[in-house]
Structure formats: C-alpha cells, structure tokens
Design a protein around this ligand. Structure first.
Ligand SMILES: Nc1ncnc2c1ncn2[C@@H]1O[C@H](COP(=O)(O)OP(=O)(O)OP(=O)(O)O)[C@@H](O)[C@H]1O
Ligand SMILES: [Mg+2]
Length: 356
C-alpha cells in the first residue's frame, strides 16, 4: 500500500480569540450563541473548510444552512470561496457547491428549501441564525441527514426570544454531549467599547440585550413583557413551581375562537402569585376544556373568564360559555367574569402582576 499523500494548505483565516474554544471542541454537537457581527459566520465557514480538507473519508459532504437560501448565498458564499481558495478544486455557482482538492464537498442550503437536503448524508452541518428556522426542519430533515455517517452539527446564531434556538441552547448547557459557547459583546472583546457605547445610545434596551448581550429574554420587537420576564429570569423566579395541595387553585382563561384557548392555573401564597400549570389548545369544545380542568389534581377556588364568555351562542343552544362551564365544573359561584380593561390597560395589569 502506498503511503497517504500529505499536502499542506494555508488558509487565509486567523480565528478570533473568542472562537478558539469553538474550533477546538471535541463534542459531536455544538451550540454557538454570539452577538451580532461577532464573526459567527466566518468562524462557521472556516470550521467547515477545515473539516472538509482534513476529512479521512472520501467524498465527505458538509453543509452550511441559513434560514433562507438567498441569505446563505449572500452571507456565506463569498466567505466560503475566499477562505477556501487555496484548497479549492472546483466551484458550482448554481448548486452553491464547492469541492476541495481532497474531494470533499461544502454546500450551502436554505431552511426555506430544506427538502433539497433530503436524500443527502452529511459529515457535518452548521445551522446559522437558527432562531429564524422553522422549528420542524431539524427533526424532519436535517437530523436524519447525519445518521448514516454519524455526522456532527453546530447550531449557531444570535437569540430571537424563547424559541427552538433557546431550547437547543438550554439543553446544550446541561448536556456533556454538547459543546456550548455563549459570547455576549461585554465579554467577547470583539467590538470596541466606543461602538458598544454608541449602540446603547441608539438601540432600545431590549434590542441591545438581544442583539449584543445574547439575551433570550429580551423582548423581540412587538413582545410586551420582555423587561418583566428578564427580571423574573434574573431573579431566579422562573422554574418549576410546585403545587401546594393545602392551598386552592385559581384559573384564568383566554377563550380563543379562531386562535388558542389558554388557561393559566395559579395559587396565591402570601404576596406571591405561583403559576403552577398552563394549558393551551385550539379547536377544543367547552366540554373538552372542562375535562382538562377537572382532570387536574387541584382544588379550585375560582375560575376567571374574559367578558366574552358571557355571550350566548346559537351553537350551544343559546347558552353562554360561562353557563356551560358552570354546569360542568361545579356551579356558577365558582366563576367570575373579569372586567374588560381594554388592550393597553390589560397589558399594564399583566406587567404589574409579573413582578409578583
Ligand atoms: N477571524 C476574523 N478575522 C478577520 N475578520 C473577521 C474574522 N471573523 C469575522 N470577521 C469580520 O467580521 C465581520 C462580521 O463577521 P461575520 O459575518 O462572520 O459575523 P456574524 O457574527 O455572522 O454577524 P451577523 O450577526 O451579522 O450574522 C465581517 O466583516 C468579517 O469579515
Ligand atoms: Mg452571520
């Protein structure tokens, strides 16, 4: 047998110090949460290039996936061609596919067109801006592409609220099978303090916290309770809250006609409000919902319903939602229709309750 041919290739990439632990990881799975402009995409592309040119297996195949294919092309394609240039054998512009001199392939995809990945098996994938992915793409398409070659995956991006990216990050932090790196701008040392200062002056606190401090709690623009939820999180008030069987349970309902019906279950202990359970479903009948509530091991004091629960509907023989529920859940005395505050006052009321 002839000895393997060894080639030396020098890539035009000097990793930023903050990303060295990422490049040195040994776990199969990794989560990389970093602030805007930290260099995530450059680090990811170079991580893929190194994997491709050092692959032991012939015809190894690696994928970079952005939320949209057009985005993959505009943000990563130039980086890929530039950084891989010394090791490139060929480039296919139509397929966004680069072949390295040792015969590995690196290809760009979009989660918007995830089915293009079906039928392929990857040695490694990087999912960029994972907070913008449709949550089903990982389980339906991407994870199965890694099975036959036992490929690795990196989930990366900047936070976008408590979505599937947060769930991956949360799991990664607690699992030895995952490498996890979170790089807020205050710690990464990448952007100069003058720029951070200027950003603080121009962005809202929530925007700054999300985009530069990697906060999953900061409100995405349009979310209402970001500040209150961040304070709750910082104070350790979000976690498993046990049911106290010695105290009664209250419920608060939002009845959805076209969207979800939501039910919160809570107990009041001293000055605190303990939110112990939650149910949401769409398309449920009043009887279904009553069954959910009755099926919990709780002793109820009162159910709070919104004002529209009083409206009588033809479909239910002229009976209102509150009348139907009262018949199923122990009498009208247990029900209270809450005042209709209007949207703004309602949001304000929730803001006043969240600190408790
Ligand atoms: N190792 C590096 N050496 C030199 N420049 C770098 C390096 N990494 C990133 N950069 C530069 O920093 C800038 C941001 O890089 P990149 O696009 O990878 O950041 P990002 O974290 O993906 O940003 P965004 O949040 O916008 O997606 C680019 O101008 C890039 O060329
Ligand atoms: Mg990027």
């Amino acid at each position: 047998m002839s000895a393997p041919r060894v080639q030396t290739v020098k890539l035009p990439y000097a990793p930023r110090r903050a990303f060295l632990p990422f490049h040195r990881r040994t776990q199969r799975w990794a989560c990389l949460v970093a602030h805007r402009r930290a260099g995530k995409t450059v680090a990811a592309v170079n991580d893929l290039i190194r994997a491709a040119i050092t692959a032991q297996r012939p015809h190894a195949h690696y994928a970079y996936v952005a939320p949209y294919r057009s985005q993959a092309k505009s943000v990563a394609w130039d980086y890929l061609k530039r950084f891989a240039a010394p090791a490139t054998a060929g480039v296919n512009e139509a397929e966004l596919l680069l072949t390295t001199r040792n015969g590995s392939k690196i290809q760009l995809f979009g989660a918007d067109n995830a089915d293009a990945m079906r039928g392929l098996g990857f040695d490694g994938v990087y999912l960029d801006e994972y907070g913008d992915f449709r949550p089903s793409v990982w389980g339906n398409v991407i994870r199965p592409t890694l099975s036959d070659k036992q490929g690795w995956a990196v989930i990366g991006g900047t936070p976008k609220g408590r979505n599937q990216f947060y769930e991956a990050f949360d799991a990664a932090q607690r699992s030895p099978d995952w490498f996890c790196l979170r790089l807020p701008a205050s710690a990464s040392g990448i952007l100069p303090p003058t720029e951070l200062h200027a950003l603080r002056a121009q962005l809202t606190q929530d925007q700054y916290d999300q985009e530069y401090e990697c906060s999953f709690e900061a409100a995405i623009l349009g979310a209402f309770y970001g500040v209150e939820m961040r304070e709750a999180s910082d104070a350790g008030r979000i976690g498993r809250v046990p049911h106290d069987p010695d105290r009664p349970v209250f419920t608060a309902w939002d009845i959805g006609y076209r969207d979800d019906t939501a039910i919160w279950f809570y107990q009041v202990a001293g000055g605190e409000v303990h939110l112990i359970d939650y149910h949401a479903s769409s398309g449920s009948t009043v009887a279904d919902l009553a069954e959910v509530v009755a099926g919990k091991p709780f002793r109820y004091a009162r159910h709070h319903l919104p004002h529209d629960a009083r409206a009588k509907t033809l479909a239910s023989g002229g009976r209102s939602v509150v009348e139907q529920l009262a018949a199923l859940l122990g009498g009208i005395g247990k029900f209270q229709i809450v005042a209709d505050l209007g949207v703004q006052d309602g949001i304000q009321a929730a803001r006043l309750v969240l600190p408790r």
